[in-house]
Design a protein around this ligand. Sequence first.
Ligand SMILES: [Zn+2]
Length: 314
Amino acid sequence: MKTNHTVFTMLACTLLLALQGCSLSSHTLAQQPALGQPSGSAEMEQMIDQAGPVELETINSADWSVSLAGLLNLDSAAATQAGLEDRDEPIQIYAHLLKHPRYGNFIIDTGVSQKLLDDPGKHGLNWIIQQAMHLEKLHIRKSTDEMLQELNGKLSGVFFTHLHLDHIAGMPDIAADVPLYIGATESSASHFKNLFVRGATDQLLKGKQPLQEWHFQPDPQGNFEGIIDLFGDGSAFVISVPGHSPGSVAFLIRTTRGPVLMTGDACITRWGWEHTVEPGDFTADHERNLKNLKSMKELVARHPAIEVRLGHQH
Ligand SMILES: [Zn+2]
């Protein structure tokens, strides 16, 4: 009886651990981010409509297609009403090149490395992940390496909207000394789904710089969960928009051609933006994601000059 009881307790503990899950990555975290200082929506919105000093180029690194149910909450009232059903949906994997005249060259997300597609196993993508991601449907248009070769000068850092595999797929081409920035708790929060991707995430980050986390203070105006002035000069802002993942962030950049909002995967599809529907299966907290999507749409309504660039569609 006693042995049975012990075995039962062990099984129960294992199950509990699996349900509690694990963090997305065990990659080292840095103490303090080298870039970013607390700001707020009043400060940001005061400057938003003036053109800024940053040159920004969005690059389509790869064409891909995935299940619409992952990209869009098909159970939402709007999707049900429109009769949307699951299907293969064409999307793109973007990287955004950001050139600041004073602080240097950065990229937002990483695009896709040819090395990853040539040998996914070597970079941590096991057979199950390869099947789940349908890598055979992913076609590179401009690899991360090609993108970086066109950069005039050194890469000073990578800003991640979040750490899902399609956003770190360019890491094999990122040099080991390049600083990496994420939203707070993105890599450390626990979720059972992380059990499947933690190995790959760790492998793609292996040997790279520690992750520098942005910790957000509450927005004094309450329009967002938090806002950071990225360079401290009002040219670029990081907006905390968790929900799709625990540390999801969006970026508002004052470019030479006007303000641009990059939503990351807080909004993946054009339909989702137009109908205010958050992403689907890959989303950790739907309610929070939807609330933050609404906050971004309200921001754009207040400042119609903002050009919106979504997670995976034009
Ligand atoms: Zn994505």
